[in-house]
Write a protein that binds this ligand. Structure first.
Ligand code: ZN
Length: 270
């Protein structure tokens, strides 16, 4: 079941997936004639019939993950589709997804996006494309300066993550959030948390939290503690997703991504 809302000339299409006691929402956005992301293959039928009623003539992908590109193959047949240049090869390949991700979001077929430029114009909007790696190498956020909007893909999702995926990097996410915080925006359009009118405050909260975690991990690391001890001390609780994902999602990756890129300069208290 999808929920469709329209506010400030932005259409938000919300879908939900539930599996194994875990529930996640996913949002697609339409502004003027631009569709941002295509949703997971698991919701293909519902999304296809909803998107038939909408008007769009180009698609931008925030990144290549299957919950954002699951319907790109079919939708890109009649409409040009764009991703960051670093995502093109990833989208052309059949992804080797872990079993739990195939079961949860569905698989995605390969497709061939075109490279995004630095700016995208629609009838009433101009979007700056901001490369924001950390969650994925090809991740982009779209900034509409005049309206104060940031389409943030998976850059935010939540203020205080207690675990991340093996392919993510906390230091890179910190760099990307710092990059977008230099821009003017208030409202954030998140791919999993929806429309956040106080988006700037929420993203600032996440930045403060991640920097504090980075400081704590590095302090313990410099005391000579191992990654597994640091994990136990800072993130003692378990979550069903850790087991469901066979630990592809785990607090361990927060700790190791910080230690891997540690340097004396990054050990600063915020
Ligand atoms: Zn993602």
């Amino acid at each position: 079941m999808l929920t469709v809302t329209n506010k400030d000339d932005v259409t938000a299409i919300k879908g939900s997936v539930k599996r194994g006691g875990i529930s996640m929402s996913v949002y697609l956005y339409i502004v003027d004639e631009l569709l941002i992301d295509t949703g997971p293959a698991r919701l293909q039928r519902e999304l296809a019939s909803q998107l038939e009623k909408q008007h769009y003539n180009k698609i931008i992908l925030t990144h290549h993950h299957e919950d954002h590109t699951g319907n790109a193959h079919s939708l890109s047949k009649g409409v040009p589709i764009y991703s960051h240049a670093t995502g093109i090869e990833l989208c052309k390949q059949q992804p080797k997804l872990p079993f739990y991700r195939k079961v949860f979001w569905g698989n995605r077929k390969p497709f061939s996006p075109m490279p995004l430029g630095h700016q995208v114009r629609t009838e009433h909007c101009t979007f700056d494309v901001i490369h924001t790696p950390g969650h994925a190498p090809d991740h982009v956020a779209l900034l509409e300066k005049d309206k104060g909007w940031l389409f943030s893909g998976d850059l935010y999702v939540m203020s205080k993550p207690k675990s991340i995926f093996a392919f993510e990097s906390i230091p890179d996410i910190i760099d990307s959030i710092e990059k977008v915080m230099q821009c003017d925006f208030e409202t954030m359009y998140c791919s999993h948390s929806g429309v956040l009118p106080n988006g700037r405050v929420r993203l600032e909260e996440k930045l403060t939290y991640l920097k504090a975690v980075q400081y704590d991990v590095l302090s313990k690391h410099h005391e000579g503690k191992s990654a597994s001890i640091i994990q136990k001390e800072l993130f003692p609780s378990a979550h069903p997703l850790h087991y469901f994902s066979l630990f592809e999602n785990s607090p361990k990756h927060i700790v190791t991504s910080i230690i891997t890129r540690s340097s004396p300069q990054s050990c600063k208290k915020v």
